[in-house]
Design a protein around this ligand. Sequence first.
Ligand SMILES: NC(=O)c1ccc[n+]([C@@H]2O[C@H](COP(=O)([O-])OP(=O)(O)OC[C@H]3O[C@@H](n4cnc5c(N)ncnc54)[C@H](OP(=O)(O)O)[C@@H]3O)[C@@H](O)[C@H]2O)c1
Length: 297
Amino acid sequence: MLLVIAAFIVAFVLLLYMISPLISPKPFKLNGAHVVVTGGSSGIGKSIAMECYRQGAFITLVARDETKLVLAKKEVEKCAINDKQVVLCISVDVSSDYGQVESVIKQAQEKLGPVDMLVNCAGTSIAGKFEEVDMDRFKKMMEVNFLGSVYPTRAVITTMKERRMGRIMFVSSQAGQIGLFGYTAYSPSKFALRGLAESLQMEMKPYNIYVTVAYPPDTDTPGFVEENKTKPLETRLISETAAVCQPDQVAKIFVKDTIVTMGLFRTIALFYLCSFDSIVRRCMIQRERAKAADKRE
Ligand SMILES: NC(=O)c1ccc[n+]([C@@H]2O[C@H](COP(=O)([O-])OP(=O)(O)OC[C@H]3O[C@@H](n4cnc5c(N)ncnc54)[C@H](OP(=O)(O)O)[C@@H]3O)[C@@H](O)[C@H]2O)c1
């Protein structure tokens, strides 16, 4: 009996896999697209910007430190595949004030056109035992890692909806999938991104906007070096059970996952969510019909 159930599950999963190209969003072309990367001056964000540039995108790098931004711009420019490509730098704190973030995104759109893809990679981490982490760090983590992704997303979403296209990536962490010793301040801010992304995806799907969440493993970046200085022994030992990845390696995978058709597990989730999506679509159609009727009257 168990064997029959197992065979049925395997057959079902294979079937989903085979039809996944039919229900996946169309692959997204980076060539000529405007990609905004928050946290684009360092580490994973910089590597994502370089990967997108290698595929012909126009890039806006967002971070606070202007010197780091200028250095990153030079590195990204080395990955150009044509002489029309442009890298724009914007210095802003993505977590402090929505008005400011909205205004700089508007400036970027005026220069490079509407944002086709937003990568929310700006983030920071701190490790420490719960009772030893300063209270203001809990607030800081939520501000930078969560609100610092909400603000840029909100600033691009209206235009994406009007154009009925767009991709949004949230960069969470493996500590955003499971809570680990030493991450009581960091993990919740990364878990929050998943809730945001899944809810947003349901709202955005009828507008052909697709949302992905990246869960990087330990990756060799300046941010990782800083975090290591604060890790308690237990966190360090847990961390050492897995290899440290290179930022270019993880960036390649995340960009592919965002622009190409979705993988098997997202396909299964898609099936599961199908009925909810049809409710959202029905509401949208009803609302548009009502609007059109109002206009006619
Ligand atoms: N490296 C890892 O092992 C690892 C693992 C899992 C998840 N992650 C996540 O991946 C993302 C990138 O990490 P990373 O290791 O590449 O870090 P990183 O090397 O420290 O780079 C962080 C980037 O974010 C920017 N940034 C930080 N706070 C900002 C703010 N308030 N406003 C605007 N920009 C801000 C930084 O520039 P400025 O300081 O100049 O603003 C920098 O460009 C983070 O969200 C991190 O949580 C990393």
